[in-house]
Design a protein around this ligand. Sequence first.
Ligand code: ZN
Length: 387
Amino acid sequence: MYVSDVDFLSLFSNCYSEARDKFLIDAEAAGAVLTSCRHPEPGPDGEALHLDAARIGPREADRLFVLVSGTHGPEGFCGSACQTGWLRAQAGAPLPPGVAVLLLHAHNPFGFAWGVRQTHEKIDLNRNFVAHEDAPANPLCDRFYELLGAFPDQWSDEFFEHFRATKEAFCRERGREETEKWLGYGQYKVPHGLHFGGFEPSWSRETSSRLLREHAEKARHVVLIDIHTGLGRYGYGELLSVDPVDSAGFRRSRAVFGETVTSMPGGTSVATYSAGNVSEGVRRLLPQASVVAHALEFGTWEGPQLDPVKLKCQWMLAKDRLESGEGEAMRRAYRAIFYPENDDWKELVWMRAMMVCRQALAWLEDPEKRSRTGLPETRCINEKRMP
Ligand SMILES: [Zn+2]
C-alpha cells in the first residue's frame, strides 16, 4: 500500500485511549505480537494506562527497527499516529528477510493521558537514562534554581515575570547560548525544576528497557526512532543526532538517513544536547548491537507566548494541581503546543515519518553491504538523479 492511500487524518486521536485503541487494532490486523505493560496509575478518566509493544517479524531477526512514541507525554499524539499509520500501510506486506520491527506505544503513558511532559514521578524521561549514582553535574542550573527560589502556592503572572527576569540576567552574564544549553541539559537536584532527570530510573525507563532487552536480544543492527514534537519548523521532522559532526556515529546516521540528520553536540540542530536521552540510553542497553538512534523532532508553533504555558504546566505538576479545573485548562494549553490539530500539519508529519521509516528499513535490509559500498554521506536513499 502507498502511504498516500492511507487516510492519514483518521490516524490522529483526541485522547490517549483513542490512540491506544487504534494502535492495538492496526497492530492486530498487521499480525503483530502484542505485549501490554500496565502502568501503576490511572488516567484522568480513571482509565487504565499501558506501555504497549507490537512486534512484527521473526524473534531471531538480527536486524531490528524500533519506533517509539510518547516519551514526552502529549507529543505521543504525533508518534502514535505515525506508528498506527505505519502498521496500516505495512499490513500484509513482507519485511526484508532477517528484519523485525518493534513499536513501543506510549513510552510515558501517564504524560500522554494527562497531557504533561513528565512521568508520574515528575521526571523528564528524555533526561532519565543516566547512571544516577554518577549523574551529571549542572552548576549553572543549580544556581538558577537557587536564585529563582521556591515555586509559589498560587500561580501568578508575577512569578513568570520573575522566572523570565532571572533567565535574562543569566543570559546577560553568561550568554544566551550557554544559558539555554545548560537550562535544557537536564538536572538531577531540583525535583520541581524543568528537565529534572530523576533520582532513579522511572517506571517508563525500566519497562522500555526490559522490552528492548527482550526483543533486541539477537539483534546486531538496530535503528531506533523516538518521535518528538515542539521544536523546529512547523510540520518538519528533523533527525537529531547525539553524535558530534566529525564522528563515525554521525557518518553512519547520514549513510542511513542522508543530509537531514543534524548534530545536537555539533550545534547544527534545533535542539541542544541533553544528558540522559533515550538514544544514548538504548546504545548502552544494547552493547552487542550497532545502534543508530535518533529523536525525530517535528516542529509545531513558535513564539514567546509559549513560554508561560510551559512554566505553568511545570508549576501545576510541582504543586499537584493536575486534577483541578485550573490544572485541566493548563494541560489543554500545554497539549496544544505539542499537538497542532491542523490537517496540513498532520499531512506533513505523516509523509515525513513514513519517509524516515522507509529509510531505516532500507538500511536494515543489508547494513553491512551498505557500509562496504560506502554510500556517499550526502545522499538520501530517496534521492534520485535526473536521467
Ligand atoms: Zn520531546
